[in-house]
Design a protein around this ligand. Sequence first.
Ligand code: ZN
Length: 390
Amino acid sequence: MKRSPFTRRPRLAREADQLVWLAEGLARSSSRVEDAFWESRLIAEVESLVEAEDEAALTAALDRLSQAGDRGFEELADVIESRCESTGTAADDPQAGMLLLAIPVLAWSRLRIPAGNLPDALLAQVRSDLQAHVIDPEARLVLGDFLFSPDQLPQGYIATANLARRFFAALEAKRPLRLDAGDFPETGQFLSDARYILAAVSAAPGSALFRWQAEDSNRDALLAAWSEAARNTLSGAFPACAIDVLGPQAFFSACRESDRQLRPYSLNAGVEFLRATLGVEPASLRAFVGGFHGHRLEEYRVGFALPEGEAVIHGVVWPLLDAEDENSDVIADVEQRLRDAGIVQIQVFEQRFPLEFCDDCGAPLYPNEDGEPVHPEMPEQPTSPSAHLH
Ligand SMILES: [Zn+2]
């Protein structure tokens, strides 16, 4: 039976009101004693909404706090994410202390960046790299046998909580989580993109999950050793790709970190791609940067052009993340990263570009030297007929 929006709206509003009130209370509290009051109620309220799979109430409350610029936004987001990616910490709870991890891998390739099921031998090696450098020797660990593209990750809080629950069951059963590639959508292909391996870890209450929780350890050194080992292990699963393996983190943090790092990574990949395919050095490339607007500023786009000619030969999208908006100085970061990549001829357009894509292939349009949004067109390359990348 279709639920009438008139009966739905007051209920949604009431639940969102409650979340907003508790999150604001927690944000304004000035003591851990008062925090405990707000937090326990907020956790219980979020718990019941996640159990009821009420994504709409959770996002409605977050939207309201975000629009009001309220500090309660961070508090509420924190509680929701924690509920969806982990179990509680109570010492008497046998399921306590389970955490869903994501391991981001940044990749670029002129060919296809893989996604889908991973072979057992490779997973066993990733597991052993994790145990050598990241996971405490006493902690329990299971991996999912799947390399996720961003489109294949759970979309939303409830979907994440449901997938986490499957990982936690695998953790209790001490076996890898088998995932069926048929359950996931097709992966869009880009020159550079992120992939994710998911895992779950648990420790006895009061014990460490990670090696850097030991007193004499060095977190940065452990993560550097991990990235190196994992890059060697995973390179076989990424034929014809350059890859960079980031540190494993709690699911939502890992996704945010990966989104953030993918921006400069994609700029560098674009410059490397042009060097590799056309033999053009970064110093002779021209870069045109503009802000592209839907209802608001959504992303910056960088069009690359050769020293001569009007064509934009390649483009890179730099999306805004988290709380970034028109007032954030994102453009300075884009310019700095372009200079770091060796680009010296950079032109930034002040005008508002419309958020336009190619009607045929969906490729974003990029600014050209005249400040017009145009389709990227690679010059003819006799050796590489398939390099017209979208
Ligand atoms: Zn097109």
